[in-house]
Design a protein around this ligand. Sequence first.
Ligand code: GLA
Length: 377
Amino acid sequence: MFTDRLKTELTVTSPGRINIIGEHTDYNNGYVLPAAIDKTIIFKLGRNHTETLCRIYSEGFGEMVEIHLDSITKKTSGWENHMLGVLHEIIQITDKLKGFDCSIKSHLPVGSGVSSSAALECGLAFGLNELFDLGLDSWDIIKLSQKAEHEFVGTKCGIMDQFASVMGKKDHVMLLDCMTFDYEYIPMDIAPYQILLLNTNVAHNLASSEYNIRRSQCEKGLEILQKKFGARISFRDVTQSMLDDCKDEMGEIIHQRCFYVIDENKRVFQAVEALKQHDLLQFGQLLYQTHEGLRHDYEVSCPELDFLVDFSKDRKEVLGARMMGGGFGGCTLNIIHKNAIADFVKDATRAYQNEFSRELTYFQTVPSDGTTIIRKK
Ligand code: GLA
């Protein structure tokens, strides 16, 4: 087997991420509050002493891809594009990258909104940086991974996922300003409550196309605002009355999208404040409000996600819940009392199965460290 034959010089672990609040705000120059998680992708890497041959084996898919650094072209779809994109971006920056072998084992559910994509991109970039001493810093890795996603995968994502995967810190969430890239680690102290993810197992197929549509709707909205109020403003400067002044020109849909973004930016700060004050009831309510915004104004939810969030509202042991990530499927994030998890999962699974004839899966997670080396030969 490829993995057994591989002459491993380096083992890297690259985490997925959760986002507590601040959804669809990153590409709108707004604020987010993500964390890396304890579910990761493991990369084993070794040089193969060729100039250009890169062999990457995915244990999960049982698939091997061979890439030549001198002829990188985008494929129509698939996980390979993440790898191709990263390699393409690296060779734009440096000529130190040479042939290597790599084996990948993922412990992250694909398409569930915990950003296995960013984990894949950042893990590879991080590992190659170490293996070939490329001289990239964390921001280079974050930015080039995001670019790989834009150019090769086709999702015009923001910076949050790649940032969280690389910069995560155990037991902390990160308040990131996606305009200035300033950030602050905040202790995620919610005991006796914990984070539970319920996976709808609805793969978010629409995610990429609808995601890009949302992004361009917001860009149009901002353009209209800037024409009226000055080219330097961003959503964080826009008040409700400024937005309403532009409503006729924007039309209903774009107005709604912008309304959500402005509101969500404010909620991020309210949530940070609540977290710092240990006001967990308020913290939970803000998550519910975000879900309503994503459901009705931003329109990126789906019936399965709505059902799970509504289901949680009848349970006082759940302080807050919302869909997480790009949307159209994936997981809900729940803040739940630790003693209630087993019963809640049992009841939610039954109710979900009855409603959709679909399996519900779940996992608990905690804020964890970002991409790191776990072994070096
Ligand atoms: C995806 C993108 C992120 C972010 C979220 C929504 O995960 O990759 O950049 O926009 O959706 O908050």
